[in-house]
Design a protein around this ligand. Structure first.
Ligand SMILES: [Cu+2]
Length: 179
């Protein structure tokens, strides 16, 4: 009789523990879902900003014939905050640049982030080298070929020296050179 009582007690305890574990995992799943939807919202907001800035640049370069185009690109950080987590994303604004072949591009890179970043377009031999937080660098190049070229951060993540962040490989954008 005592054994049975103990067994029933253990069974009830096990059921309570299992119930708690299920409840906890449901809470965690709920938190993950809410975080994911916040990230989606942030991305769509950023997407809107990008297309506006991108449109301005397209308009500048819609004049005919080779010309000098002045473009400013910012290195920025966005945070997505949840009850438990703060996530940081680094990106270029704009992350799409449209110009014409023959254009001379005067490119000013402003580092609005608190980490060091560098800006490069390997296909045109462009690399600003490290830019300190709050500083800017201006470089000039001529778009000698038509096509789609990637630009990116050129200073790999190095937390000991405050260089970039863990999402360094995602700091990329596209330069489109129209005929
Ligand atoms: Cu970087």
């Amino acid at each position: 009789m005592v054994k049975q009582t103990v067994l029933i007690g253990i069974t009830i305890l096990a059921l309570i523990l299992a119930g708690t574990a299920i409840a906890q995992s449901l809470i965690i799943m709920g938190q993950l879902n809410s975080l994911n939807s916040k990230i989606d919202t942030t991305y769509s907001t950023l997407g809107g900003q990008f297309s506006i800035i991108q449109g301005k640049i397209s308009n500048i370069s819609n004049q005919l014939g080779p010309k000098t185009v002045e473009i400013t690109v910012h290195a920025v950080m966005h945070t997505v905050v949840d009850e438990n987590t703060t996530m940081e994303f680094h990106t270029w604004i704009p992350n799409t640049i449209v110009i014409h072949k023959g254009d001379t591009v005067k490119l000013t890179i402003i580092n609005d982030d608190e980490h060091i970043h560098g800006f490069g377009i390997p296909d045109f031999g462009v690399d600003t080298g490290p830019i300190q937080p709050g500083q800017s660098k201006t470089i000039e190049f001529t778009a000698t070929k038509v096509g789609t070229f990637e630009f990116m951060c050129t200073t790999p993540w190095n937390p000991a020296r405050n260089i970039c962040d863990r999402d360094h490989p995602d700091m990329r954008g596209i330069l489109i050179v129209l005929p």
